[in-house]
Design a protein around this ligand. Structure first.
Ligand code: BMA
Length: 335
């Protein structure tokens, strides 16, 4: 039987540029030379490894909410603060522990991980993943001060993860991207979109894009950072996984229509960052670059990309948002 994505890809020729890439994309993202910027050694409580940190700007400072796996193997979320976006200091205790006697405890009993932060109005919404004996669940919490965190809701049935919220309502609705995992149809390891009037009740589900056969993202793709608004569309930086060999996790980008974000305006053919440095190649899970957050600086051009290397540390890289948008538009297609 032929899979859906194979039909999409093989029924048309590859975009001709795919064979003539000049390594341009690799020059668009510049690593901070002092990487990694945060490791488990910086954490003042039990920490085996830290990775997959979300970011936001709060009262002029950069706040990083990262996944901390302790020495028992349980994941919780820790907080670190920075004045310059580069040097971080970790708070004395974890910010969010699994369960924490909330009404969502059932879905978090085996740990919580992979947060994303989206500011809507004055509220910082936190999407994160909870693990239970029933599977992997996306959850929603909120904070106004990064001191207290209020659990809101379970966002979907299992298995589903990598939920990112758009930073504003579109056509009067909250909008999210996610990556449900359907066992019965491997071709559905892709990115979906849904809308909600209140962040609790979700509908209008639609499929945006999936893995691309024989590309760097041929096994699965998932949302990375909360979409970034640009004049030409919503820029989404996502992760893609390769099926073969080390099964590298890399990141790429796609541009979605401003008013109808289910529509792909362009999807970059090459990845924009791939594991190359030792801290990206070697760690708890080698050859992994996983991104959960980005900050657009006040010049409206420079993006600070916060990503994890090898599930073992937090790293920083810089990119020009307009250049990433143009890279997407070079391939005005969802495949
Ligand atoms: C995914 C999640 C992430 C992790 C990634 C790479 O399935 O578990 O937390 O960073 O794999 O190992």
């Amino acid at each position: 039987m032929t899979r859906r994505n194979e039909i999409q890809t093989w029924s048309r020729p590859f975009p001709p540029d795919r064979f003539y890439l000049k390594n341009k994309a690799q020059k668009l993202v510049r690593r901070y030379e002092g990487n990694p910027i945060l490791t488990s050694g910086d954490v003042p409580y039990s920490s085996h490894t830290i990775f997959n940190g979300a970011v936001a700007t709060f009262k002029g400072r950069t706040v990083l909410l990262f996944r901390n796996e302790n020495e028992a193997g349980l994941s919780s979320l820790g907080l670190a603060w920075s004045d310059d976006g580069i040097h971080f200091e970790v708070e004395r205790k974890p910010a969010m522990l699994p369960g924490n006697r909330s009404h969502l405890e059932r879905w978090e009993q085996l740990g919580i991980s992979d947060p994303r932060i989206t500011k809507i109005g004055n509220t910082y919404y936190i999407n994160y993943t909870g693990y239970s004996d029933l599977g992997v669940h996306p959850l929603l919490a909120k904070t106004h001060d990064f001191k207290t965190f209020k659990r809101i809701t379970l966002l979907s049935l299992p298995d589903n993860r990598n939920v990112v919220l758009f930073p504003e309502k579109i056509n009067g609705q909250y909008v999210r991207l996610d990556r449900p995992m359907a066992e019965s149809h491997h071709g559905s390891n892709g990115i979906w979109i849904s809308t909600s009037p209140d962040l609790i009740h979700w509908g209008n589900h639609d499929y945006i894009m999936g893995p691309r056969t024989c590309h760097w993202d041929c096994l699965k793709v998932g949302p990375g950072v909360p979409p970034i608004k640009t004049k030409k569309g919503w820029l989404e930086i996502y992760h893609g996984v390769r099926k073969f060999g080390a099964g590298h996790y890399r990141i790429g980008c796609v541009l979605l229509d401003l008013k109808h974000p289910a529509k792909v305006l362009g999807r970059a053919i090459p990845y924009i960052l791939s594991p190359v440095q030792l801290y990206e190649r070697v760690g708890d899970v080698g050859n992994v670059i996983f991104i959960n957050g980005a900050v657009l600086e006040s010049d409206n051009k420079t993006l600070r990309l916060y990503y994890a290397g090898a599930d073992s540390c937090m790293c920083l890289a810089y990119a020009n948002v307009g250049e990433l948008v143009d890279l997407c538009l070079e391939n005005p297609s969802a495949v």
